[in-house]
Design a protein around this ligand. Structure first.
Ligand code: ZN
Length: 143
């Protein structure tokens, strides 16, 4: 299996079986954002315990890239200190902008999103969840 096929498998798996999908109650922050270019929608719920992002969940609809990326994001950042979640989100943005290669040791399966860089119109899809997370951390004063 080529690396690209492996990436596709990871994304499809998250699209078919999204992690942390649904409302999160109680929550500290709820944000709705969309990507009008593609019609993707994300509703993101964050709950904090001190400076830790204790729990995260999302609702949404749209293309496989947008929904899989959001699912992968929730799996990666749940339970992390908010600062670390923010650092990961910034790394993903830099990777999608072609500014960073993406360190598999730090990002794990998230490097599979790198396959999307070849399709510029899809980058906004992949980043919808991450940009919403960054806004949410900001709104909660934990950025
Ligand atoms: Zn999309």
């Amino acid at each position: 299996m080529s690396l690209e096929d492996l990436y596709k498998e990871v994304i499809l798996d998250h699209y078919r079986s999204p992690r942390n999908k649904g409302r999160l109650d109680p929550h500290d922050v709820r944000l709705e954002r969309n990507n009008p270019l593609c019609g993707d929608e994300i509703e993101l719920f964050l709950r904090f315990d001190g400076d830790d992002l204790e729990a995260i969940a999302f609702e949404g609809k749209g293309c496989s890239i947008s929904q899989a990326s959001a699912s992968m994001m929730t799996e990666k950042v749940a339970g992390l200190p908010a600062k670390q979640a923010r650092a990961i989100a910034e790394s993903i943005k830099a990777m999608m902008a072609g500014e960073e290669d993406g360190d598999p040791d730090v990002l794990g399966d998230l490097v599979s999103l790198k396959g999307v860089v070849k399709y510029p119109v899809r980058i906004k899809c992949a980043l919808l969840g991450w940009n919403t997370l960054l806004e949410g951390l900001e709104e909660a004063g934990r950025a």
